[in-house]
Design a protein around this ligand. Structure first.
Ligand code: AMP
Length: 249
C-alpha cells in the first residue's frame, strides 16, 4: 500500500517567535524554519509501517514556498520515497490544504494519509479532519498508537483521562499525537541518498484549488510580560503576603 504524509514548513519549535512591530503577524525574516514536529512523527510512523512490511511507497507532500523542498528533502532523508511540492508564496488555509491533498489522494490512491495533529505555527488542528470529511474517509485523530491489520487500521487515541482505540476501515486518515513515536535523525548516507530522490513541483492551479483566504488575521500580540517575583524569608511571611493579597483568607 501507499502512504501519503503531508509535511509543513514552520518556524522552528526552538525559536522564540517575535511579533512584527506593526502587529500584522510573526517575524519570519532570517528565522530558522523546520518541519512541523507532529509531521516528523507522521513521517516516522509511515517509515515504521514500511519497515514492518506491507507498505510499498511513502509520498511526502508539502504546500508552501520553494524552500519547502528542504522540508520534503528532510523527510526523504528519514526514509520517504518521493516528494510533491505544491509551490505557492501565499498563506494557504487548512481548507485549501485539505482540498489540495484530496486532489493528490485521488491521483495517487494511497490507503493511508498520516498528518500531524496540528501545525505549530497556526495551531489550527483542522486539516486532517477536513481531509477526512472531503474524502468521506474514516479518521483517527491524536494517535498514540497505530496498528495496520488486513484492510483496517487500529488507532489508539489520547482522550481526557484515558485512551480510546478505534478501528478504521482503510483507506483512512490518521493524525499524530506527541507520544506516538520518537522520530529518527537522518543518517549521513541517507541524506546523500535523499538528494537523488524525486521531488516534483506543482502549482495550486494544477489541482484546480482556489486558495483565496477566507479569514483575515486582525492582530497578533505578544503575551503580557511577567512581572518580577518577590523573595520571602520564611513560610510565615509567605502566608502573610498571600493573605494581604487576598489569595488566602
Ligand atoms: P493544521 O490543521 O494547520 O494545524 O495542520 C495539521 C496538519 O496538516 C499538519 O501537521 C500537516 O501534516 C498538514 N498540513 C497543514 N498545512 C500544510 C501544508 N502547507 N503543507 C503540507 N501539510 C500541511
Amino acid at each position: 500500500m501507499k502512504i501519503i504524509v503531508p509535511v509543513k514548513r514552520v518556524i522552528d519549535f526552538n525559536v522564540k517567535a517575535r511579533v512584527k512591530a506593526d502587529g500584522s503577524g510573526v517575524e519570519l525574516q532570517n528565522v530558522k524554519m523546520s518541519m512541523n514536529p507532529f509531521d516528523e512523527i507522521a513521517v516516522e510512523e509511515a517509515i515504521r509501517l514500511k519497515e514492518a512490511g506491507g507498505v510499498d511507497e511513502i509520498i511526502i507532500v508539502s504546500i508552501g514556498p520553494n524552500q519547502a523542498q528542504e522540508t520534503i528533502r528532510t523527510a526523504l532523508a528519514m526514509g520517504g520515497d518521493r516528494g510533491i511540492l505544491v509551490e505557492t508564496g501565499e498563506t494557504v488555509e487548512p481548507i485549501s490544504v485539505a482540498k489540495i491533498i484530496k486532489a493528490i489522494v485521488e491521483e495517487e490512491k494511497p490507503e493511508l494519509v498520516i498528518l500531524g495533529k496540528q501545525a505549530i505555527d497556526d495551531d489550527c488542528n483542522q486539516t486532517g479532519q477536513m481531509l477526512a470529511a472531503l474524502l468521506n474517509w474514516p479518521q483517527g485523530t491524536f494517535a498514540s498508537e497505530v496498528k495496520v491489520a488486513d484492510g483496517s487500521v487500529n488507532v489508539t487515541r489520547e482522550i481526557d483521562g484515558g485512551l480510546e482505540t478505534v478501528k478504521l476501515t482503510l483507506p483512512a486518515v490518521v493524525t499524530t499525537d506527541l507520544r506516538l513515536n520518537e522520530p529518527r535523525y537522518a543518517s549521513l548516507p541517507n541524506i546523500m541518498k535523499a538528494k537523488r530522490k524525486e521531488i516534483i513541483t506543482k502549482s495550486t492551479d494544477d489541482y484546480g484549488v482556489d486558495i483565496t483566504p477566507r479569514l483575515t488575521q486582525l492582530k497578533v500580540e505578544e503575551p503580557a510580560k511577567r512581572t518580577a517575583g518577590v523573595k520571602v524569608e520564611n513560610v510565615a511571611e509567605l502566608l502573610e503576603k498571600l493573605k494581604g493579597e487576598g489569595v488566602l483568607s
